[in-house]
Design a binder for this molecule. Structure first.
Ligand code: KIV
Length: 277
């Protein structure tokens, strides 16, 4: 394992500098202490405590059900395992949409109780005034445009955005508005490659982090469970690269444990306490 933890702490300024220098930004999601510690020690730039926890940790079929309390708990666990990476907490459905005041109070909880460094807010130009106020309160914001999963029922499914002129114009208008509102970074999800590329070039300071948005973004994000194969069989969007296949490893270990318990092979003498220990 590579340990890069003599590196400096990653801040939002680091991310802005990386965009300016053209240094690619690596982002992964994490939801718990131990995985966060592994990502951090491997040298990840940003850990996103994504509301994808709703799907991959809690087994829901969308991101809509997860609550603020659960997201804060995941964020605090990740923070306990992280020394150097920037921690961004994802604001869940209805934690910021009802009013600017709700958004500020909930964003603040992620910093006060979760020890996050920044929050992520889904939505385009229509969220700009909310984001501006959260940033004014001293809370850095990562935007998120394109296929925003909290609006999945409006999109009618995981459809690639930015294929038509109207959609491209809306995405560009949104990206520029979010940068102007103070976002240090913007996730571009499921966006046609040339549209994502144009947005990345148009933004001066906000780093674009792509997921299914091609290689010309300032950085890339994937869900940790997806790269480790810890998803439902058959889940294989085109953009996903799977780097490991953990389910067979875990199943084998569990099956061996069950066999050893049932045959009496576990625990052995060297795994049991005696008076001489
Ligand atoms: O919740 C999440 O994991 C996300 C990423 C896919 C960007 O929002």
């Amino acid at each position: 394992m590579t340990y890069l933890n003599d590196r400096k702490k990653v801040t939002v300024q680091t991310i802005i500098r990386k965009k300016a220098k053209g240094e690619p930004i690596a982002v992964l999601t994490a939801y718990d202490y131990f995985i966060a510690r592994l990502l951090d020690r491997a040298g990840i730039d940003v850990i996103l405590v994504g509301d994808s926890a709703s799907n991959v940790v809690h087994g829901h079929d969308s991101t809509l059900p997860i609550s603020m309390d659960i997201m804060v708990a995941h964020t605090a666990a990740v923070a306990r395992g992280t020394e150097k990476a920037l921690i961004v907490a994802d604001m869940p459905f209805l934690s910021f949409q009802p009013s600017i005041e709700t958004a500020v109070l909930n964003a603040g909880r992620f910093l006060k109780e979760g020890n996050a460094h920044a929050v992520k807010i889904e939505g385009g130009v229509e969220m700009a005034s909310t984001i501006r106020r959260v940033v004014e309160c001293g809370i850095p914001v990562m935007g998120h445009i394109g296929l925003t999963p909290q609006s999945i029922h409006r999109f009618g499914g995981p459809k690639v955005q930015g294929r038509r002129d109207k959609s491209r114009a809306y995405l560009m208008e949104s990206a520029l508005a979010l940068e102007e509102a103070g976002c240090f970074s913007i996730v571009l999800e499921l966006i046609e490659t040339s549209a994502a590329s144009e947005i990345t070039s148009a933004l001066k300071t906000a780093a674009t982090i792509g997921i299914g948005a091609g290689r010309n973004c300032d950085g890339q994000v994937l869900v940790i469970n997806d790269i480790l194969g810890m998803r439902e069989e058959g889940f294989k969007p085109k953009f996903l690269r799977q780097y490991a296949d953990l389910p067979p490893v875990i199943s084998k270990a569990v099956e061996e444990f069950i066999r050893d318990v049932r045959t009496g092979a576990y625990p052995g003498d060297d795994e049991s306490y005696s008076n001489s220990d």
